[in-house]
Design a protein around this ligand. Structure first.
Ligand SMILES: Cc1ncc(COP(=O)(O)O)c(C=O)c1O
Length: 441
């Protein structure tokens, strides 16, 4: 009101959220103000070692100089122009992803998030099912995905995600998804029917608790796709771009020379922009149908079939290119592979009864807690008031270490790819201290 004192700015951030922000997230009671490298500070100046990394987003840590510099320069030149026109930054980013990340001919579509990227994969599969139909001519549309997967929060994403909790209260869901246990090749084979058009998977599942595909599973799935003319679609949103110890997570699982696993399409987001929102899919340049060189799969999403106002703007494209070039120049995936192995070995060496196992690859780590042991030591866990993972994540945060829960029993570590050995040692010291306190309880 005119002349009235604006008291809003005097309220705490938490109070403003309570009043003005939809409560769809369970947030920790802390408000972040700035970051640098592996470290983040809250509004009160308290410092945390950020080993959640914005849930695998901050590939180069907070405010990496290469990203700040390019954002500054590009924002002075051109932030946005619509996809009615070409822009060079988008072209160069598409070239980098195709040549340096995938290393096989194909084309890229840009969007703004992981869920949007997977929606684009789903639309690609639908189009493919029309273009290459069943023997009788009816279209194919069913996509097989795997238990404990996570593919995003859009209607397409929750339909694809094989976790009941994300679907709750949103029926009717997008039809056409069949869920099969992860790493169950027999189950996948049995699930293929006349309407099946694609199989979508994560080589390392993140949200579902850090589960890694076996080499036999990946290769078997690729065989099934070839045999039944299905698209092999890989969700690298969380595990891609160096996090697991290679630029593509399936290379970490299979070894780079193994080319029996050749995805038809791949999605990315998270680490791609190093914190700047961007998503992308790559689609292989191959014949759509057997024995017919044209049309090409990578041209299936033709003019007017799909789009995004903000997809691949000059600003985000320049930013993502700077992030990828830095990852490439310093080969950060090798550091991630070695440091991740060291962290896993260290945690295992504690032989803590509170830890059931340590999972994951590179710097995508899941510490799986022993639920029974946790319940015996923590009354709130015993009483079902808090999950074991949430209890530990809160305790770590209290000691200045940020991590991310995955399900009820897994604590995820997703530090920047360039975090140092010293920082990792500091994180482990805190983790060990929290466990030791509980073990002494
Ligand atoms: C494997 C995977 N796919 C898709 C998504 C969705 O990404 P976004 O939150 O950017 O929509 C996530 C997010 O956690 C993910 O881990």
């Amino acid at each position: 009101m005119k002349g009235e004192k604006n008291s809003v700015s005097e309220e705490t951030t938490e109070a403003l959220f309570d009043r003005y922000v939809v409560p769809n997230y369970g947030r920790f009671p802390v408000s972040m103000a700035r970051g640098e490298g592996s470290w983040i500070w809250d509004e009160h100046g308290r410092k945390y070692l950020d080993y959640g990394g914005g849930i695998a987003v901050c590939a180069l840590g907070h405010a990496p100089p290469c990203l700040s510099a390019v954002l500054d320069a590009q924002s002075r030149k051109l932030i946005h122009c619509s996809n009615l026109y070409y822009n060079r930054q988008q072209a160069l980013l598409a070239q980098h992803i195709t040549e340096k990340i995938i290393g096989a001919p194909g084309k890229i579509f840009f969007c703004n998030s992981g869920a949007e990227a997977n929606d684009a994969l789903i639309k690609l599969a639908r189009r493919f099912g029309h273009a290459v139909p069943q023997a009788g001519g009816a279209q194919r549309h069913e996509i097989i995905t795997f238990e404990n997967s996570f593919h995003g929060r859009t209607l397409g994403g929750i339909a694809a995600t094989a976790q009941p909790k994300v679907k709750e209260g949103f029926a009717p869901l997008l039809p056409g998804f069949v869920h099969v246990p992860y790493n169950d090749l027999h189950g996948a084979r049995e699930a293929i029917g006349a309407k099946t058009v694609a199989i979508m998977l994560e080589a390392v599942q993140g949200e579902g608790g850090v589960h890694t595909a076996t080499p036999e599973f990946l290769l078997g799935i690729a065989d099934l796709c070839r045999e039944h003319q299905l698209l092999l679609m890989v969700d690298e949103v969380q595990c891609g771009l160096g996090r697991t110890g290679d630029l593509c997570a399936w290379h970490t699982v299979l070894g780079k020379e193994e080319n029996g696993f050749a995805p038809d399409a791949v999605s990315w987001a998270k680490g791609l922009g190093g914190g700047v929102p961007i998503g992308a899919i790559w689609v292989r340049d191959r014949a759509q149908a057997e024995h017919e060189p044209e049309p090409r799969l990578c041209n299936l999403l033709g003019p007017g079939s799909h789009g995004s106002t903000f997809g691949g703007t000059p600003l985000v494209s320049a930013a993502a290119l700077a992030v990828l070039e830095e990852i490439e120049a310093s080969r950060w995936w090798e550091h991630a592979r070695d440091l991740g192995q060291w962290i896993r070995d260290e945690i295992r060496s504690w032989q803590s009864g509170l830890i059931q196992e340590v999972r994951g690859l590179g710097l995508m780590l899941g510490v799986c807690l022993d639920a029974e042991n946790m319940a015996s030591r923590v009354p709130a866990v015993r009483g079902g008031k808090v999950t074991p993972s949430l209890h530990i994540v809160r305790a770590l945060m209290g000691e200045g270490l940020l991590t991310v829960p995955a399900g009820d029993t897994v604590v995820r570590l997703l530090p920047p790819l360039n975090t140092s050995r010293e920082e990792a040692a500091e994180a482990l010291k805190i983790f060990r201290g929290v466990l030791a306190e509980l073990e002494g309880a």
